[in-house]
Design a protein around this ligand. Structure first.
Ligand code: KMH
Ligand code: ZN
Length: 276
């Protein structure tokens, strides 16, 4: 019997923007993060995309906290740990590069500057190029974050200039519906997927109310999924998310309805080229 196709589910539980007071279910302590990670792994996630907070629940790239977080997630789960190198819009480039010193399995790498609501998320070419070469040297698998169609051109330039990523496989995440980036709709998703380099795989996430349209479009186009409170704080109209695992459970249900199975963390390691 043919085995069912697998869909990778990434959980992005925290992000750098939402405030704990506005979203009490947001995991901001290491204990809360590990608890959420375990629940999400149980619900079908294979990768965790991580932002951390300080003792006052503010976004931070503190190197010691990052290292402790990677260690705790490796000890408590089998999830692939992908640290954010995007951080918050206020984080300096040097701090974002230093994230790799925490030795994650994987990291995000955004392929260009984009308006981000009333802010600007800065990713100029020299920063991208330095970060990419560091991932190659440090054997960390990059996930290419694409907020806009034009960023695909920068991804191609990166690959043409510096060669294949560590792990040998190009995997992208379409981040859709950010005010300033590409819209979170099926038409934009198809256009972005059409533009990707040959052989690249992709997941997609829709911010805020674009969560569901993007998830359905990604599933129908054969893609993978990212969900989590970094991207949406609302489960349905008038219903705040009460736990990140709620979003993973919904994604896993839709994956199964689409006649696929959530990819296990070990399958995802082989798929993405992660070494651990
Ligand atoms: N917080 C955003 C400014 C990433 O994690 O790499 C950037 C972001 C992307 O979340
Ligand atoms: Zn992020």
């Amino acid at each position: 019997m043919l085995s069912m196709a697998r869909t990778l589910i990434t959980i992005a539980p925290t992000g750098a923007e939402a405030e704990k007071v506005a979203a009490p279910a947001l995991p901001v302590t290491l204990e809360e993060l590990v608890h959420a990670a375990k629940e999400c792994e149980g619900a079908g996630a294979a990768v965790i995309h991580v932002h951390i907070r300080d003792a006052e629940a503010r976004a931070t790239l503190d190197p010691i906290r990052l290292r402790d977080t990677v260690t705790a997630l490796h000890e408590s789960t089998n999830l692939i740990v992908q640290l954010s190198t995007g951080g918050a819009v206020t984080d300096p480039y040097e701090h974002r590069l230093k994230v790799l010193d925490a030795a994650p399995d994987a990291c995000s790498l955004t392929c260009g500057t984009v308006n981000f609501g009333t802010d600007v998320f800065m990713n100029p070419w020299p920063f991208m190029a330095e970060l990419y070469q560091l991932t190659q040297a440090m054997e960390i698998v990059p996930e290419f974050e694409l907020f806009d169609l034009g960023q695909v051109a920068s991804l191609r330039r990166l690959l043409d200039t510096y060669g294949a990523p560590y792990g040998g496989h190009v995997h992208c995440d379409l981040v859709m519906g950010v005010p300033g980036g590409m819209p979170g709709d099926a038409r934009s998703l198809v256009a972005a997927v059409d533009a990707l380099p040959e052989g690249a795989t992709w997941s997609a996430t829709g911010i805020g109310r674009t969560t569901l349209p993007v998830m359905y479009a990604a599933l129908s186009a054969g893609g993978h999924l990212r969900v989590g409170m970094e991207d949406t704080l609302t489960y349905a109209k008038g219903r705040p998310v009460t736990a990140n695992s709620q979003l993973v459970e919904r994604a896993a249900t839709l994956v199964k309805l689409a006649q696929r199975e959530p990819m296990s963390p070990d399958e995802a390691r082989t798929f993405l080229g992660v070494k651990r």
